[in-house]
Design a protein around this ligand. Structure first.
Ligand code: 2P0
Length: 322
């Protein structure tokens, strides 16, 4: 039985950075993200009696990844299945460049392995065991299990949907400034920030008020309040990163030029808000009706930008192929 799963990347409005339990990959703070329709990951998993070892292929190349093997081991333990798996995965998103490829990757892998092992999958309310499995692969991955605006709770490590994709009247523009892999992984970056940044505690302490403001803004459909909370959380996360020793600087001069253009557009009366993760790429959130003005503004920059835009999307989905 070959199970195929698809998941879109998600972009955090309220940021996760730092862990409170590294063994379970539990986050130090709660987070809130928008799951996108695309780009994302499509993964097939088949447990094959004749295989003597797990096989993993990513974007057409054989690949070794401890996280993938750990995920398969856990599915075997949960299902009682004792067979090796063939895993074939295709990313339509840049890998390891601050574009959340591990989030869609582990969401699609977890769901495909889960279904291939015959475990019961309910897309709207994934079982806690599945959420924990996916989160141990990547802390941001559980958010891609659900569509639209999704909260990942710090205490439980579980996810719930705040707004369905149909109810999210937003578009997200991704300005890709570099196609290079990041020099410091998120996992190492988080460890360094928690251990060495004097501002990490302040970032973590400010999470509750930024999250509350964002949730209030979602309830009252106040886009400006939501965007302001997203920018506060972003600046505070990057401030904590930059204060690490040695400094962790994912923002580049190019990122700042894009952010300044967005701030200018906002001053002209177009409500657009930026965020940036563990890489130089800038993401800009706008209401659907402002997408073309936002794209025009970014095209007018002299930066060589690869611009992609995305719409809110569904959570991970899975089907069986003969
Ligand atoms: C986020 N990021 O909330 C934050 C903002 C990057 C900056 O989650 O160590 O690949 O596997 O749990 O999920 C990227 O980190 O890290 C991330 P691990 P992950 O989207």
């Amino acid at each position: 039985m070959r199970a195929v799963a698809e998941a879109g990347i998600n972009v955090a409005l309220i940021k996760y950075w730092g862990k409170r339990d590294a063994s379970q990959n539990l986050p130090a703070v709660s987070s809130l993200a928008l799951t996108l329709k695309s780009p994302g990951t499509k993964t097939s998993v088949e447990f094959v009696p004749s295989l003597s070892a797990d096989q993993f292929e990513l974007n057409g190349e054989p690949c070794e990844d401890k996280g993938v093997l750990a995920c398969l081991d856990e599915v075997r333990a949960l299902s009682g299945l004792d067979l090796r798996a063939r895993v074939v995965s295709q990313n339509s998103v840049l890998t390891a460049s601050g574009l959340a490829s591990s989030a869609s990757g582990f969401a699609a892998l977890g769901v495909a392995a889960w279904c291939a092992a015959g475990l019961p999958f309910e897309a709207e309310s994934p079982r806690p065991e599945l959420v924990h499995l996916v989160r141990r692969g990547s802390g941001s991955a559980p958010r891609s299990l659900l569509g639209g605006l999704v909260e990942l709770d710090r205490e439980t490590g579980l996810v719930h949907q705040l707004l369905s994709p149909e109810d999210c009247p937003y578009r997200l523009v991704i300005a890709v400034l570099s196609h290079q892999k990041k020099a410091v992984s998120s996992r190492e970056g988080m460890r360094r920030t928690v251990q060495t940044s004097p501002y990490f505690a302040d970032f973590a302490a400010s999470n509750a008020s930024d999250l509350a403001a964002a949730k209030e803004a979602i309830k009252s459909s106040n886009f400006e309040q939501l965007g302001a909370a997203m920018e506060r959380s972003t600046w505070r996360m990057h401030a904590a990163m930059i204060a690490s020793d040695p400094p962790l600087r994912y923002m580049t001069s190019g990122s700042l030029r894009v952010i300044e253009r967005l701030e200018a557009l906002r001053a002209e009366g177009i409500p657009v808000f930026f965020t940036e993760d563990a890489g130089p790429q800038v993401k800009a959130l706008c209401r659907t009706e402002h997408l073309s003005q936002l794209l025009d503004a970014l095209r007018s920059l002299s930066e060589p930008l690869d611009l992609q835009w995305a719409e809110p999307g569904p959570g991970a989905r899975c089907w069986i192929e003969a």
